[in-house]
Design a protein around this ligand. Sequence first.
Ligand SMILES: [Zn+2]
Length: 464
Amino acid sequence: MKDKRIEERIQHSLNAELSGLRTTSCQRDQFFENATGGYKVKKKISTVAILVAALMLFTVTALAVGFLSGWGHIEQAMDIAVEYDEYDEWSLDAKIRLITSMREDGIEISEDDWLALQGDTLTEQEKHSLANNILTSYYGDQEYIWFYTIATVDWGEPQTWSLEQRYWFFSTMREKGLYGDYSWIDLLPEKGDLTQAQAESIAKQAVAEAFELPEDEMVNLHGDVSFFITDEYEIPRWQICLYRDDNVWATEYTVLLTREGEVTEDPEGLGILTPAHERQRREEREESTENTQTVSEITAQARINANDPVYYNPSSGTYYHFLQDCPLVHSDYLPLTALDPDSEEFQRLTPCPACVQRNELWSMQDKIRYGIGDWMTPQPNWIGEEKALGIAHTTLNDRGIDVSGLYPVIYWSGIKDDSAVYYVSFVSVETDNLGYVRLNFRYTVEIEPVNGLIVSIGESDIRW
Ligand SMILES: [Zn+2]
């Protein structure tokens, strides 16, 4: 089943990234921060919508070609994008053109399939479906096949692209009129300029000094390096976003360098950070995290005052919990034991940073009861929370996805009844080095709430 809204959202998020300068992790990070106000999630509906758009974007990258191929087929896919808006509209000729280019670029296409596409033994319909099979076997779900996803399958995520790949990709897009009016232009360094590796190394050194990071911390950071010019900048600059080994989508630090390699300010307001800016932003973020905790403590107090069940682990543990199956507690100690909030025992306990502080984990009922988020009222004809969770669980299990060890989080949204959706995400619960609990959204199933049909399934690695 095709869902226009999701497609529009993906398109929208891609456009936002492209217009928000370009597809780099830095801008993506910024994009998430802007959407959510950092950790302080103010408007849950838009947060979830954007999150889901991002989830869908990440599902297409599962297949890798496994060898270096030429770039002609990516250009061919751009030419097709000039002609057609979406894959559904592609003509058979367009599909065959792309497959031909893939073959010329050294991507292995079965000889039988290839001959069948050229010959006249198959009907037009059969050729379409054969071409679809070939393309989806390389590039994933046909709903998301376009030049951008083709490039990310062949080359990896944009953050890891070389300067040559960036330059070629975006200048080819521009030539074909696919780049919009965005003024960011990728350049290739010239003779006498820094190399990509040198720019990365200068940025890392600046960050290491500003944040007093030890050597072993630095080796896990990799640079998403751009050499660029925009309307606003008279001369080229370097931008280096540093991300960790395990999370290409989350920029840890951002550095702007002059052409000569001096750490510089961002007077043009492109949102690029020097280590000094970065440091200030982090301090502000820590403050806002403290505020968020105070806010959720007030909600938590309301919950205690209402005499809702509170739980604890009588054999050990210093927290009180709102969830009897709190994901932060080892399964050996589950289910937790109910506790009277008036008891002396309760007084010595502190709020669980997961199930008390992170009200995303709360049930639908509790989210409604305690006004968590700004939700539409669930309609009487909707399936209940338990059923929605069951459907999500079964759907993933049927696809061989093991969600044991992950905790289900439910949200819902919709402007009108007919556009309403449940979002059931399976998250892993992690504690960062500041003791703040992060929710890592691993899988999200989107369910139509009246008849329980699956709208989409997304996989991701987003920490919240
Ligand atoms: Zn807990």
